[in-house]
Design a protein around this ligand. Structure first.
Ligand code: IVH
Length: 665
């Protein structure tokens, strides 16, 4: 028993501390999800041991103490909180409980609402005039924030529609839209003021701001969803009440709707979760309320929350974790990117172990250090980002982090132009760059070579078999099968995959080359313009490039610079000579082989017979199996026999495979 009591005390202390950080300091040190988890732990333990519940336990109260600088307003009807369901299963349990407690067999009608992540407030209207407003505070007493509320443009100071009730206490949530929040933080960053961790803190901070001149500059919005004391008007359902609010000119969330039973609850929860990240404001779940006020009354309330409502929470998109280390990665362009190695943490269902820190500026702006505890966020498919450092948890001995001035891979001095934020390793033979370029070249949207993973590329670069991307087409099965992790079978498959990749299209090949500022889309734009004419593309002048729709001076310059480098030209020529063939090339252009007949003899090193046939045909020519007077060229490889003799006799042009490749693109 003593152990349980100790555990209860510990949980209560932790929660009180977080309440203080959150409500009083407006500076939470843990995410909502983590807070909820601790709260649920305490709640579960108390439910198991009700005899150990004490009146001062955080579970026994609604919120936190109001700030003293504001006047206080007593809520005539307590502002309750909501009990939480963490998933749809718990929501279904809620629906079953409602049916059981009300002794109803048929489906219950609920009002389904988005759960806004902002600050709960109460607005008091007397005879249709806005009199005063307050925060939720501890649920019984809140802070008088009337002056601040009056700065919100969408808040009607007078209700519309004529016959206003004598008294209307409306409960609502004040929030800041995501893009307003983003703008607000940007300006705080430039003024070197600490940024807000999330829109909710920004909204809460703005509302509880003693200086109204600051509040007025904050782009606050609000939606109404609840009622306090009401006189002079009666409603039978929550739905009716919300419609009346709308008629009176108060904003009500347009996504609110009536749903039917557990099925309706589930569908709404999933629907909203799907569009969550597209909404202009943050929501952290859904709320379901029994629609019928009579039924609500029958169900009644607990100390902290009504029995007739529940919040269906979404997985939190923020979490806190620790930075164990910061490593610098070198990309294919030589860019040095600092990456934080994190203690693994689950954010919105995905385990996160790394987070990019982008560059030194970003590290400085957020003052990110090794050993720091950080708040991390992952919204939808967006890569995780560090929101802020939790300074209270910074180890005493920590020092600011500076990216080394030398490349961590080749140790040569890096360079950062004054007008750029990214430092780069300038050594183009730096193994990290070499590996990066190869990885990019073989990647799916580029040459799409299967089986050349990071580990294999590492070995091939380290053994010198791969120095540049064109070397890929000289790889031999024997050498490959001797690598770690590649057996004979996989080596064979890899060779097949390499050969298959040779037949590609202009845009993929151009993208694969990794020309600065030429992404997939620009490569496609270039493909349209050049119709596959690689030669013309190679010799393009900046003016010509700039005249292409969507190509600006930066891309034009990058392309010209790329081709100015003889090494790059050589790599591309080698690729073509080693069999890379751009399928689309012949579609729209002059056909240099038109009217010509090619015959091949002996063994050929780069192309299969089928590939040769296709290439000749694409360029407008034909192939034949035997030499005759009509034959234009005989292409010979080692081991040529009678065909060679006949061609010599008939004075047919005889060329090598390499010479053929020279003219066949
Ligand atoms: S109803 C009687 N509806 O969530 C029930 N609350 O965790 C009182 N909230 O204090 C709340 N959106 O600040 C309700 N559609 C919504 C809400 C909502 C956000 C907030 C509100 C409340 C807290 C409870």
């Amino acid at each position: 028993m003593k152990a349980i009591e100790n555990r209860l005390k510990k949980l209560r202390d932790i929660i009180e501390q977080h309440n203080y950080n959150y409500y009083i300091l407006d500076a939470p040190t843990i995410s909502d999800g983590e807070y909820d988890a601790i709260f649920r732990d305490l709640y579960a333990l108390e439910t198991k041991h009700p005899e150990l519940i004490i009146p001062t336990s955080p579970t026994q109260r609604v919120g936190a103490e109001p700030l003293i600088e504001f006047g206080t307003i007593e809520h005539r009807v307590p502002m309750l909180s909501l009990s939480n369901a963490m998933d749809t299963e718990e929501l279904i349990v809620f629906d079953e409980r409602m049916k059981k407690e009300l002794c109803i067999k048929e489906n219950i009608l609920y009002i389904a609402e988005p759960k806004l992540d902002g600050l709960g407030i109460e607005l008091i209207y007397e005879q249709g005039i806005f009199i005063k407003g307050s925060t939720r505070g501890n649920g019984f007493t809140g802070e008088d924030i009337t002056r601040n509320l009056k700065t919100i443009r969408s808040l009607p100071l007078k209700l519309i529609g004529g016959n206003a009730p004598t008294l209307l206490e409306v409960r609502a949530e004040v929030f800041i839209k995501k893009h307003d929040f983003f703008k607000l933080n940007k300006s705080r960053e430039s003024e070197k003021i600490p940024v807000f961790a999330n829109p909710r803190n920004a909204a809460a901070g703005s509302m509880r701001q003693l200086d109204t001149r600051i509040t007025i500059k904050r782009p606050l919005s609000f939606f109404c969803y609840g009622a306090g004391k009401i006189e002079g008007i009666n409603f039978e359902t929550h739905h009716e009440y919300l419609l009346a609010l709308k008629r009176m000119g108060l904003p009500v969330n347009p996504l609110i709707k009536t749903v039917n039973g557990a099925k309706g609850i589930k569908a709404y929860y999933h629907e909203l979760e799907k569009i969550r990240n597209e909404l202009p404001y943050e929501i952290d779940g859904t709320v379901f309320k029994v629609n019928d006020y009579q039924l609500q009354n029958k169900l009644g309330t607990r100390s902290r929350s009504p029995r007739w409502a529940i919040a269906g929470k979404f997985k939190p998109q923020q979490a806190t974790t620790i930075i164990h280390d910061i490593v610098v990665q070198v990309g294919r362009t030589g860019a040095l990117t600092p990456v934080a190695r994190l203690a693994p943490v689950n954010v919105a269902g995905v385990t996160i172990t790394n987070a990019t820190l982008h560059n030194q500026d970003e590290i400085d702006r957020k003052d990110i250090r090794i050993g720091d505890t950080i708040l991390i966020e992952r919204a939808g498919d967006v890569i995780p980002r560090i929101v802020q450092v939790i300074l209270e948890k910074r180890p005493k001995e920590s020092t600011p982090y500076r990216i080394n001035t030398h490349c961590p891979i080749c140790n040569q001095k890096s360079f950062k132009p004054n007008d750029e934020v990214v430092a780069r390793c300038l050594n183009i033979s730096c193994p990290a760059q070499v590996k990066g370029r190869i990885q990019h070249f073989v990647s799916k949207p580029a040459m799409n070579i299967d089986g050349l993973g990071e580990r294999i590329i590492d070995q091939l670069v380290e053994t010198g078999l791969l120095k540049t991307v064109d070397d890929i087409f000289t790889l031999e099965q024997q050498a490959l099968s001797e690598l770690d992790g590649l057996g004979k079978k996989s080596a064979e498959k890899l060779i097949q995959s390499i050969n298959k990749s040779k037949r590609t299209v202009f845009s993929r090949f151009v993208y694969a080359l990794g020309i600065r500022n030429v992404g997939e889309h620009i490569a496609q734009v270039l493909e349209k313009h050049y119709n596959g004419r690689l030669k013309e593309f190679k010799n393009a002048k900046p003016e010509e490039l700039k005249n292409i729709d969507e190509i600006g001076p930066i891309v034009a310059q990058s392309v010209v610079q790329f081709w100015q480098n003889n090494n790059n030209r050589k790599i591309v020529n080698n690729c073509i000579e080693r069999g890379v063939f751009l399928k689309e090339m012949t579609k729209h252009i002059n056909q240099p082989f038109s009217g010509q007949i090619f015959v091949f003899t002996g063994s050929l090193k780069n192309l299969t017979r089928q590939e040769i046939k296709e290439r000749v045909e694409h360029l407008g020519g034909k192939t034949a199996v035997s030499v005759s007077k009509k034959t234009s060229y005989l292409v010979v490889g080692p081991g040529a026999g009678s065909k060679l003799k006949k061609a010599e006799d008939l004075a047919v042009s005889i060329i090598s495979e390499d010479e053929f490749l020279d003219i066949a693109h």
